[in-house]
Structures are given as C-alpha cells and as structure tokens.
Design a protein around this ligand. Sequence first.
Ligand code: CMP
Length: 136
Amino acid sequence: MSERTLVLVKPDGVARGLVGEVIARIERKGLKLAALELRTADRATAEQHYAEHDGKSFYADLVDFITGGPLVALVVEGVRAVPAFRQLAGGTDPIEKATPGTIRGDFGTEVQFNLVHGSDSVESAEREIKIWFPNL
Ligand code: CMP
C-alpha cells in the first residue's frame, strides 16, 4: 500500500554534494517525490522534529547541527515508503550499523553526521510531514 515518509538530506549531505545521489537512489528504488525544499531549519522546527530525543546527551549538538546550514526536506511516496527509505539509508551509525550499498554505509563515518534522516514509522512520518510541510 502506498504511504509517505519524510526524508531529510542533512546539512552534511548538502555540504558534501550528495543531494543528487540521495534523490537518484530514491527514484531508482521506485519511490516518488511528493515535495522537495532546500531550506535552513529554524530551532523551533528542529526541536519539534527531534522532540523524542530531548534530554539525550547528543540532543543539543544535534539541534545545532541540523540548524547549522541548508538541508533538503523531501516527502517521498510509494509502496512501503517508510521501510523502503530506511533500507536505502542504512543503520543510524554509518560504520557500526550501516552496510555498504546504503547511503550511510557508502558515504558516512560518524553517527551525528549520518547524512540523511528517514521517518521510523508511518505515524512518525505523518507527524514529521506536518512539521516540515504544513500545507501538504
Ligand atoms: P536521525 O535518523 O536523524 O535520528 C536521530 C539522530 O540523532 C540520528 O539520525 C543521528 O544523527 C543522531 N544521533 C543518534 N545517536 C547519536 C549519538 N550517539 N551521538 C550523536 N548523534 C546521534
């Protein structure tokens, strides 16, 4: 069944010129782009997006990082889009978890700078899409 997921190419991915690479992988998987915007996130947006991590040791650095430069926010649509993009992204830690062939496994080294975000469930996706694309 078709569903939507929220994808971010984080500021490290944009700075490294990986936007095209990420989009190409999404499209080659058979998923469709439903929205796409380059923007620098304000703190309120970042704090809402990462609310579940509030209180964790890495939370403040994460909010600083995600608001520290332009990112690309996308809504991606298709059959099982949520797990499909998580598969493309690879595990959160680019070395310990992500395998070669995934975005993080191929291009990342550090858990904070793991290039992309993908919603972890359909419920998270709908919550996150409202934060980034309230008019969608
Ligand atoms: P993301 O999928 O966007 O969801 C939460 C983010 O927090 C995660 O990717 C990483 O960028 C970051 N993160 C998770 N664990 C750690 C950690 N141990 N240290 C620093 N950043 C982390």
